[in-house]
Design a protein around this ligand. Structure first.
Ligand code: B1M
Length: 211
């Protein structure tokens, strides 16, 4: 029977059809949904990231792998979101201004939904103004920002500053994450918390919204 390693390899090769059939067979065999994501789909993408960094993979191949991973996540997503859990709070998730990376952000949105939050996925390239407008409109409890580029990290600070200027900083919790982000940076810009991965972000959000 196919396992997580086969799924990770299929992601690495960017084989959408294979990723879909392997993901489906793991779902059908009753495997844990988060394990399928973490040990199969994300594990494959981690290798892609390492190879891309070393110049062993190029953008088109990375895109194919990213698309294949998303196809797998789309199959798992309804099973996680279907859990009938009362909402723990409304969370707006978005990638900051100038940044188009959305795989980690979508994973975060999906896992938060699965953990019981009401999630509004704002998308990518979200300006401070859009975050503030959406927070007011949606009466959000929390903003979760993602940034993957060192050049877009300052947009997180700008967003927090705009919440302060608008006088609504105390109405929302703001958490941040993404590959270049750290707890030190979160402290520096006045975020309420940082999480290194989507699963930790769910725990962090639960803790902050329970207070
Ligand atoms: Co880009 N890219 N990219 N890229 N890309 C990185 C981030 C990079 C590290 C690659 C490298 O050089 N080694 C590098 C950034 C360097 C830096 O700033 N330090 C980089 C670069 C430079 C660029 C471009 C500038 C390249 C170019 O055009 N010259 C360009 C920028 C475009 C833009 O945004 N304006 C670019 C473009 C792209 C693609 C379009 C090709 C594609 C994105 C496709 C897409 O997202 N739809 C892409 C990809 C795929 C990557 C890598 C290879 C993989 C990112 C990914 O999806 N990982 C990445 C290298 C790497 O990370 N190793 C790289 C899988 C995903 C599950 O992980 O998003 O980190 P990640 O999410 C994690 C955690 O970070 C965390 O949870 C997830 C795990 O559970 N997390 C959060 C994320 N957000 C969170 C929010 C939270 C909490 C946790 O809130 C509370």
């Amino acid at each position: 029977m196919a396992g997580y390693e086969d799924l990770a390899k299929a992601v690495l090769k960017g084989e959408d059809d294979q990723v879909k059939s392997l993901t489906q067979s793991l779902i059908d065999s009753g495997k844990d949904f988060l394990e399928i994501i973490n040990q199969g789909l994300i594990a494959g993408m981690d290798v892609v990231g390492a190879r891309f960094k070393k110049g062993e993979m190029f953008v088109p191949e990375v895109l194919m792998a990213a698309r294949a991973m998303s196809e797998g996540i789309n199959l798992v997503k309804p099973h996680i979101a279907e859990k009938d859990i009362p909402s723990l709070g409304k969370v707006l998730v978005g990638t900051v201004k100038g940044d188009l990376h959305d795989i980690g952000k979508n994973l975060l949105a999906m896992m938060m939904e699965g953990a019981g939050f009401t999630v509004v996925n704002l998308g990518v390239d979200i300006s401070p103004e859009k975050f503030v407008e959406a927070a007011k409109e949606q009466k959000a409890d929390m903003i979760a920002m993602s940034a993957l580029l060192t050049t877009t990290m300052p947009a997180m600070r700008d967003t927090i500053e705009l919440f302060k200027e608008e006088g609504i900083r105390d109405k929302v919790r703001i958490i941040i994450g993404g590959a270049p982000i750290s707890q030190e940076y979160a402290n520096e810009i006045g975020a309420d918390g940082f999480a290194p991965d989507a699963a930790t972000a769910c725990d962090l959000a639960k803790g902050l919204l329970a207070k």
